[in-house]
Unconditional design. Sequence first.
Length: 349
Amino acid sequence: MAKKVYVGLSGGVDSSVTAALLKEQGYDVTGVYMKNWSQDLPGFECPWKEDYQDAKRVAVQLGISFKMYDFEKEYRKEVVDYMIAEYKAGNTPNPDIMCNQEVKFKLFLNTALSDGADMIATGHYAKLSNGKMYMADNLDKDQTYFLYRVTEDALKKSLMPLGEFKTKDEVRAIAKKLGLVTADKKDSQGICFVGKVGIREFLEQYVEAKTGKIIDQNGLTMGQHDGAIFYTIGQRHGLDVGGGLPYYVSGKNMKKNEIHVTTNLDDKNLWRRQLKLTSIHIINDKKIFNTLTLNKLSVRTRYRAPLISCNFDLKTGVVDLKDEIRAVTAGQSAVFYLDGQCLGGGIIV
RNA sequence: UGGGGCGUGGCCAAGUGGAAAGGCACCAGUUUUUGGUACUGGUAUUCGCAGGUUCGAAUCCUGCCGCCCCAG
């Protein structure tokens, strides 16, 4: 009997093609739309209805069963509340990493399993094998960075067939060939499920704007901002300070509600050669960090950023980098790779 | 109120007689399943104000206003 796979259909091309491929491979496929967010925001209409419609139409086109899971409450608690709390603490969180950890590969997985599924599948660009995760063949699209906090057990029950594709064009070609309504749909951006809203517009729903000082590298007050919480390290735009050279955020003081800026691209506050991690999550056997292969270990501190050679001390959480990295930001994640395998990572303090 | 300097779009700043560079900011777009970065494009009929000289001035002259520095 065919294995039952529940595919997370977001209403985009990637998940559509994922479902199509699995069906073709003989799986008993059910498409599931996760309703995680439906609230409109100022100047931005939440696309959930449209996405839901597209997901359903794809399911109909493919002739697979379809259902919707409503995880709004949980998404709000695990992802949105986490995000707000982190911002309030002066950090810059990555909500999509949390979404994968808590919603897609925990809540969705467990719900699907108890619903009769044997496995789940998603349209992520990553390769899975026996609970191990490897970078996608399409290095431009590789999404392992967002998946490093998923557990080995969850990965063992997941499929990500798009990891084998070298280009996005091939994926779209399949969608076109099958005449799927999502074939030409633009790739989604912004916070997963919430959409392309400015982070500032989003946060303003939950925190009050408070005027504070913008101070440059010489200690001079350059102007005012509406809340240090809205800014992140390395940020250039949105400060409304002009005059000669661009200013980049080099630091912030949440207590004083001040943000520090610099025009010096080499400012030492913008470059780090060492990181300290917390909430470390290693996907498979931690012993791998004790082996001699460590000189091949590399890390990235941002999606799609080049890999940087490094050393990592699992006990202390300290990462020593071979090259300096710009605008390393507390709350963001550092993810380790060894020969194309994603080992896990941690959150930068 | 002796001497000197300055006043060009929100900011910095070229241009000193031929019909307003550039940068920052801002806006739009591209890239991107976080934030951010980067890239492309857009933005002054007008040069503190008022007169004058000139075929023609932001550029020369006069007056006024404002600011800065030195001196007293």
